[in-house]
Ligand binder design. Structure first.
Ligand code: MG
Length: 977
């Protein structure tokens, strides 16, 4: 961002208010990198405005405290908002399946009604003569329609309307459980997890693809100078401090203090006690103080370092703690206070960083008047420029490899002494190169290359891009749970790969496919080539990583190769996409969502993640330092990435079990009761007679069987939280959705049909020959109805007990309580009429039913006959097809009973685990391909800004920190920060 010359002079509010003119610019669009406009100032010639003069919404100021600006786009017209997508309505997969089944059930209801109508016609036809005492019907189309309506009303309860109400309440409570979870409570800033919607609770148990942002989500965006190697000696390598770190890491990232930074007294001891490497240490620390583009700003006694590269800031801060303080920058020099003494280095040239060069150098005149070139950069480029006299090469290389394995970002540092003659010669070359008009960058780089040689190696630095607490552990667990993790970031390729290593998403032996092309043809060729190389392994999960950048992705998402690109990506265990725009993040999520029938989850913290959070089936926002936009657009918000483990593996799995059980049970109990009306139709001549009393039917779902679905939906657990977290493989059960699909649903309905058949015909046959009760009463249809109704309630409640895996006091209350409530209700209801004018036909029923020995005989026999079938079925399944869940439940119960779990159990659990994860044990594939990379990277990363509006040289030359900066102007609405 650079000000126009015409307006650069304006530094106060007063000057700004005197400004008059207009800006003409292009209409609002979503292209971040372009802007075309013209500034017309009164009395001056028009000036073009480009992207360099534009600050996008949400950007942060660096290197300056304030700026003055004019707002061009507001609200929905900002480029940022133009990148947002329409908010889709999110419904869970379970809900979608359920809705389809309800529709099918409705069609079934119509079919049943039609069959009953037909039955009525046939019955009337057959018995017309025998039933002269009943007025026979004349079947016209009118009465047929009427009959149809009667049967629809008779059977309409098949559609469980109460289910929707039950589910709403259940999900609401589930959401509360998430909100209250102390394990997902970030104590540092007192943030609890929050379920912003309750619609998707069960979806959390089915996630297959996880799309994660990097900065702020996986990392804290804090760089720390961690370790270094100087003259072949490694410093900062105390592993005994890890216990302190662990304690700290459980706190919020912002709470972690500087004590995690470089802190090795050995370095200073060696320096002070005249160790043989003393001079190297001094040179090393001096280099880090001099060779960079950081600007120091004094704030009272403190020095604040402003840097566009957080890596450089970390290094300068790190050496400051060691007594080498970078204090002043003027356009031509830097001053370093080393151990209390001031040294001024004249900056002669800055040889800039670019990702091509992978290094930056400065040429300085040291306080003693010598010419010296300081350089820091990637190990590969430094090593090939080392002089033959250079020492410690082997040791440093070993250390570099060690740093890389730890996931640290490394830079090699080296210097070269120049002679006056050499320098002057080079300077003329340089001046020539810097005036070249065409391809200046390239000629400059060539020129830089001429002087960057014969380096003497000093050592290397290792910077940690600090991960959020427990990120590697969480990723390992999620991978075990068969969740594929894709990292989508706006950051650079090197830093992304580096983070993927440190958070254990990539491992050292994992080969990666790099896609990096700048044309459609090249991308197409690379994609096809890699697909062919994979051969039969395409589409299967391989131990591979795919790395692609935003530019290549633009071509890869072209409709022609979209499909093959996706196949390639799906064949890899980890996918890293770097340099993506917010819209591209959303596009990738959308691609997977549309082409793979799996549940996706996107997690991010910043405004640039909003698109993908909204696009994914489940969006999770991290309430971090980057504002609330991500959390406001998410479905669930958590404070740290690691809480995802509990949210998915525990809450997700539990909720999925709970919701699906609740749904299946609700359908079951409705079918059981209301199909009985169909059976009854066979004995009442399809007359539409109801076997139960009206209010009893209505109160069935409202009172008598309302409690078991709630206990199933709220308290049911497949196994304990501890087991779910220690055996992430259990997540696959809910992920695969085998506990709830069309097949399971209709199996449950068939089960209900059989139950209803037994529940009707057994009592029916029992009372076939009628009986005379005390007082000369004869039995009637309602007598039979009350028998059946009672048996239905007992069976249905006990079925809930059979479904319950974890009994608690609520399940007991719900199951036994419901049966009791019905019996008490029956007793009271039989005496209501005529005091209250309802249900005259129920008068005295309790005296007839409850005293009848046949009733009590059936009370025990009928439900047992129904449920014994289920019990046997369960027995067979659990014996023949034992799942990991069963093993673990058995282990848990033996523990709960205080028994020491026999070794055999554990062995069986391990064996089942192995069987389940057999898909993820992969054979190594080796195939030659140019985009195929199998080397272990040395973790090189350099977060320097490239191709910035102003060059690094200009940046360095434009500061003079000895002069006091113009005092802060009063900030008000004119400030556009
Ligand atoms: Mg972010």
């Amino acid at each position: 961002m650079v000000a126009l010359l015409e307006t650069a002079e304006m530094q106060t509010e007063k000057q700004l208010s005197s400004l008059s003119g207009k800006i003409e610019c292009e209409g609002p669009n979503r292209h971040f990198n372009t802007f075309i406009g013209t500034l017309y100032l009164n009395g001056k010639s028009p000036v073009p405005i480009g992207p360099d003069q534009i600050l996008l919404r949400g950007t942060q100021l660096k290197n300056t405290q304030w700026i003055l600006g004019i707002v061009v786009y507001t609200g929905f017209e900002t480029k940022f908002m133009q990148n947002s997508i329409k908010l889709p309505l999110k419904r869970s997969n379970v809900e979608k399946v359920t809705n389809v089944q309800i529709l099918v059930l409705f069609l079934l209801l119509l079919a049943m009604s039609l069959v009953s109508c037909l039955g009525a016609i046939l019955w009337n036809d057959w018995y017309r003569k025998g039933i002269w005492y009943i007025r026979t019907k004349d079947y016209s189309s009118h009465s047929l329609g009427f009959d149809l309506l009667v049967f629809i009303i008779l059977y309409h309860n098949l559609i469980p309307i109460s289910l929707l109400v039950t589910l709403e309440i259940v999900k609401c409570v589930q959401a509360m459980f998430i909100n209250w979870d102390e394990d997902m409570h970030c104590k540092g800033n007192n943030v609890y997890a929050m379920a912003r919607t309750s619609n998707l609770n069960e979806e959390l148990g089915q996630v297959k693809y996880l799309f994660s942002d990097k900065t702020g989500t996986l990392t804290c965006n804090i760089m720390t100078f961690k370790k270094c190697t100087i003259a072949g000696i490694i410093y900062g390598n105390q592993s005994d401090r890890s216990d302190i770190n662990l304690e700290k890491l459980s706190l919020s990232p912002s709470v972690i203090t500087e004590s995690c930074e470089f802190n090795d007294p050995k370095l200073l001891q060696n320096f002070e006690n005249d160790h043989p490497t003393k001079d190297y240490i001094k040179e090393f620390l001096t280099l880090l103080c001099v060779c960079h583009t950081v600007v120091p700003e004094r704030d009272g006694k403190n020095i604040i370092y402003q840097a566009s590269s957080p890596d450089e800031a970390a290094l300068v801060k790190g050496v400051k703690k060691l007594g080498f303080v970078f204090t002043t920058r003027t356009p031509t020099s830097v001053t370093v206070e080393a151990m209390g003494e001031n040294f001024t280095f004249e900056i002669l040239n800055v040889l800039e960083f670019s990702s091509n060069r992978k290094r930056m150098s400065v040429i300085v005149r040291t306080p003693t008047g010598n010419l010296r070139l300081y350089c820091k950069g990637a190990d590969t480029v430094i090593y090939e420029r080392l002089s033959e006299d250079s020492r410690f090469m082997k040791e440093t290389l070993t250390h570099l490899e060690y740093f890389a394995k730890e996931g640290l970002r490394t830079l090699c540092v080296a210097y070269a002494d120049l002679t006056e003659e050499e320098y002057q010669q080079w300077l003329t070359q340089y001046e020539k190169a810097s005036t070249v008009i065409q391809d200046r960058m390239r000629s400059l780089e060539e020129c830089y290359d001429n002087i960057e040689k014969k380096f003497l190696l000093l050592g290397a630095t290792a910077i940690e891009d600090r991960l959020q607490a427990r990120v590697p552990e969480t990723i390992t667990t999620l991978l075990k749970a068969n969740i594929r993790i894709w990292v989508l970031t706006g950051d650079k390729r090197e830093t992304t790969i580096n983070i993927a290593y440190s958070c254990k998403l990539l491992s050292a032996h994992m080969p990666h496919i790099q896609l990096n092309s700048n044309s459609f043809e090249a991308t197409q060729q690379a994609v096809t080539q890699n697909c062919e190389a994979l051969g039969t392994r395409l589409g299967k999960e391989n131990d591979l990583a795919l790395i692609i950048d935003g530019e290549t992705l633009k071509y890869a998402l072209h409709s022609e190769i979209k499909r093959s690109f996706l196949n390639l990506a799906l064949s890899c265990r980890a996918v890293l996409c770097c340099r993506l725009s917010p819209l591209q993040k959303a596009e990738i999520v959308n691609l997977v969502k549309n082409h793979v029938g799996a549940i996706t989850l996107a997690i991010g913290d910043g405004a640039n993640d909003v698109g993908m959070i909204q696009m994914a089936h489940v969006g999770v926002g991290i309430s971090g330092n980057e504002g609330v936009l991500a959390t406001n657009n998410s479905d669930y918000s958590i404070a740290q990435f690691s809480y995802l483990e509990k949210l998915l593996l525990v809450h997700g799995a539990w909720n999925h079990f709970r919701v699906t059980k609740c749904i299946l049970y609700c359908f079951y109990k409705n079918v059981v009761l209301y199909i009985i009306e169909l059976w009854f139709a066979f004995v009442n001549g399809f007359s539409g007679q109801i076997i139960f009393e009206h209010w009893c039917i209505s109160l069935y779902n409202v009172i008598f069987t309302s409690l078991p679905p709630f206990t199933l939906g709220i308290f049911e657990q497949c196994c304990s939280q501890k087991s779910l977290l220690t055996h992430p493989q259990l997540y696959r059960i809910s992920q695969a959705g085998n506990t709830f699909n069309t097949k399971v649903f209709w199996f449950q309905c068939l089960n209900a049909l059989i139950h209803s058949f037994i529940l009707f015909w057994m009592p029916m046959k029992m009372l076939e020959h009628d009986m005379v009760l005390q007082g000369g009463h004869t039995t009637d249809y309602l007598f039979l109805g009350n028998f059946i109704y009672t048996y239905v309630i007992v069976t249905v409640c006990l079925k809930a007990g059979l479904e319950t895996l974890s009994w608690n006091k609520f399940s007991h209350l719900a199951i036994w309580g419901s049966i009791l409530i019905w019996l008490v209700f029956l007793a009271i209801y039989s005496f209501v009429w005529p005091t209250i004018p309802i249900a005259p036909e129920m008068r005295g029923q309790v005296n007839m039913v409850l005293v009848c020995p046949h009733f009590w005989l059936g009370f025990f026999i009928v439900p047992i006959v129904c449920l014994i079938l289920n019990l046997i079925w369960k027995l067979i399944i659990n014996t023949c097809n034992r799942t990991l869940l069963e093993e673990i439940r058995e282990l848990e119960s033996s523990r709960a009973q205080g028994l020491y779990p026999p070794k055999m159990f554990k062995r069986r659990v391990e064996a089942t685990k192995l069987r389940m994860s057999v898909a993820s044990t992969l054979q190594k594939i080796v195939f030659p391909n140019e985009s195929f990379d199998q080397s272990i990277p040395h973790g090189y990363a350099f977060s320097q800004v490239e191709q910035a509006v102003i060059t690094q040289e200009e940046l360095v030359r434009s500061y003079n920190t000895t002069k006091s900066k113009s005092s802060k102007i009063s900030m008000d609405s004119s400030d556009s920060r």
